[in-house]
Design a protein around this ligand. Structure first.
Ligand SMILES: *[C@@H]1O[C@H](CO)[C@@H](O)[C@H](O)[C@H]1NC(C)=O
Ligand SMILES: *[C@@H]1O[C@H](CO)[C@@H](O)[C@H](O)[C@H]1NC(C)=O
Ligand SMILES: *[C@@H]1O[C@H](CO)[C@@H](O)[C@H](O)[C@H]1NC(C)=O
Ligand SMILES: *[C@@H]1O[C@H](CO)[C@@H](O)[C@H](O)[C@H]1NC(C)=O
Ligand SMILES: *[C@@H]1O[C@H](CO)[C@@H](O)[C@H](O)[C@H]1NC(C)=O
Ligand SMILES: *[C@@H]1O[C@H](CO)[C@@H](O)[C@H](O)[C@H]1NC(C)=O
Length: 512
């Protein structure tokens, strides 16, 4: 009997580690702050046709509207209720997006903010995205409803009511994170309200959740919430599918709370991944690309089956969250493309690509003074649509890294090599490395300050391949470099350190 129960629990846990991505796709993209109408269109015109498996969307629930600073991106991380109207659109628009994305095989993952409500100094009134009234001072949120009984302040033992010491587990989980009103997830009532919110989204057809600020919630409370969520909607997912759960836990080591405490509940964001790969590509601290031969668990990262990996996220691309100055972003495009390419070629983890908006970055003494800036907006504060230029790039301040040829083609590469082992490693004991994925794909990087000119065993079938970094296969011609692979699997690569993108990638579907 006990064994049966354990097996059932274990099975439940495993379900929540599976992203349920359809049609052999493998990577997801975070369309940070995009409107639902734009995401729906992007699923149909770009993500579906280019093999993207899913989208992480910004929080869809009602949030505070802030004026000082003016409409910062973080207002989305200050819930007012679980009504589904936000800066990205209405409930109808959300439902339409979920349906249209599912219909082209692209999953939707919701950024779920369930640790807290708005900041304690959020004031009183209707300054919220659905114009619901609330009073942060008295902790009154009638649209849920939550009242002061539903918050943790009595449990928190610090004088300020804030987290003062990350070395104290109780503070981290029972006190306020940056003044945000901390929900009492130990209460059955609060768990029920959160589960109702998640279940409404599941029934609408989402595939899972990125759960915000999990370090600040007790794993036992999360387990109780997760045990109440429905299986995925069988219109789009196999009967019995558990929602995919990936939890934000910033664990770079050195704190008592670790990622490991959350492994049985779902996947966990591996923040060491982008911090370390950024350090390697920047060649800081004596790091070299050749040291990544055992990239993944060999670098002390969490077990493969638990990891959600990314080069940058919406926090650390602007100096928030973890990782520091080594994090690569679209502001360093040459190194960024290589790092994202490396991630997408490498088998470790479920990979997430970032898609950002531009802001007026202004760094003084290592701190970005404009790290608060919200998405491209009209004067009245509403988010601007994402216009697509004739050359397929995006306008109006939307960066659309996921549309960059090199990144889009590496998303396809990851699909083509899915399930194949890391193979045929080569390095020059410096910053030139190459590896394959069985006999399905091969990638080679030159991050040294001199040319690379070498013949290597690729493990690939003989033939002429189109490099998907400098160009791509279109009809039966190649717009980039061509790579000849001999019948022995060997190919010659020449990559100048002055190339626009000093890396080359080929896969069996780029064969001419
Ligand atoms: C403010 O919120 C209250 C309670 O939800 C509602 O009755 C009232 O109509 C709202 N006012 C405005 C101007 O929307
Ligand atoms: C699943 O989605 C379909 C299509 O939107 C909807 O008709 C159905 O009611 C949903 N199922 C549940 C259990 O909500
Ligand atoms: C779906 O799965 C549940 C158990 O998870 C089972 O009770 C039910 O019969 C299944 N329905 C179908 C249509 O297979
Ligand atoms: C805000 O301004 C834009 C552009 O003028 C307009 O399209 C939109 O409808 C306005 N939204 C609101 C809520 O007033
Ligand atoms: C790196 O590789 C190149 C050949 O591609 C070689 O000339 C160079 O000496 C190598 N560097 C080191 C440190 O081995
Ligand atoms: C690359 O190496 C080959 C020998 O392997 C040599 O013939 C060729 O000249 C080299 N090319 C450059 C640009 O150094």
């Amino acid at each position: 009997m006990k064994i049966l129960i354990l097996l059932a629990l274990f099975g439940l846990g495993l379900g929540q580690h599976n992203p349920h991505i359809k049609n052999g796709r493998t990577a997801i993209v975070h369309l940070f702050e995009w409107r639902w109408a734009d995401i729906a269109a992007e699923c149909e015109r770009f993500l579906g046709p280019n093999g993207f498996g899913g989208v992480q969307i910004s929080p869809p629930n009602e949030h505070i509207v802030l004026n000082n600073p003016w409409r910062p991106w973080w207002e989305r991380y200050q819930p007012i209720s679980y009504n589904l109207c936000s800066r990205s659109g209405s409930e109808d628009e959300l439902r339409d997006m979920i349906t249209r994305c599912n219909n082209v095989g692209v999953n939707i993952y919701v950024d779920a903010v369930i640790n807290h409500m708005c900041g304690a100094s959020g004031g009183e009134g209707n300054h919220s995205s659905c114009r619901s009234w609330f009073n942060a001072g008295t902790k009154d949120f009638p649209s849920v409803p939550y009242s002061h009984w539903d918050f943790n302040d009595n449990k928190c033992k610090t004088g300020s009511g804030e987290i003062e010491n990350y070395g104290d587990i109780n503070q981290v989980r029972d006190c306020r994170l940056g003044s945000l009103l901390d929900l009492a997830l130990e209460k059955d009532y609060v768990r029920g309200k959160v589960a109702d919110y998640l279940n409404k989204l599941i029934d609408m057809g989402v595939a899972g959740f990125r759960v915000d600020a999990c370090k600040h919630m007790w794993p036992g409370d999360l387990a109780a919430v997760y045990s109440r969520v429905h299986n995925l909607n069988t219109t789009w997912f196999p009967n019995g599918s558990r929602p995919f759960i990936y939890q934000e836990v910033i664990d770079l080591g050195g704190e008592p709370i670790t990622s490991r405490e959350y492994f049985h509940l779902g996947r966990v964001t591996e923040f060491k991944y982008g911090a370390k790969l950024g350090t390697v590509f920047r060649k800081w601290n004596g790091e070299k690309l050749c040291y990544t031969r055992n990239w993944g668990e060999g670098w002390g990262f969490m077990p493969d089956g638990n990891a959600l990996v990314f080069i940058d996220n919406h926090d650390n691309q602007r100096g928030h969250g973890a990782g520091g100055a080594s994090i690569l972003t679209f502001w360093d495009p040459r190194l960024y493309k290589m790092a994202v390419g490396y991630m997408l070629a490498h088998p470790y983890g479920v990979a997430r690509v970032m898609s950002s908006f531009r802001w007026n970055r202004y760094i003084v003494n290592g701190k970005d003074q404009n790290d608060w800036m919200g998405p491209p907006s009209h004067i009245n504060g509403s988010t601007k649509p994402v216009p697509i230029n004739p050359d397929q790039t995006c306008g109006d301040g939307w960066v659309c890294e996921h549309r960059w040829r090199q990144i889009k083609n590496m998303v396809i590469f990851r699909n083509v090599v899915n399930g194949q082992p890391h193979s045929n490693w080569w390095d020059n004991q410096s910053n030139q490395v190459a590896f394959g994925r069985g006999n399905r794909g091969f990638i080679i990087f030159n991050n040294d300050d001199w040319d690379l000119n070498i013949s290597l065993n690729t493990g690939m079938p003989g033939g002429t391949y189109c490099d998907v970094i400098s160009g791509q296969k279109e009809e039966n011609r190649c717009t980039g470099k061509q790579i000849q692979v001999g019948s022995d699997g060997r190919a010659h690569f020449w990559i100048s350190n002055r190339d626009e993108d000093p890396f080359v990638a080929i896969h069996v579907e780029s064969k001419l």
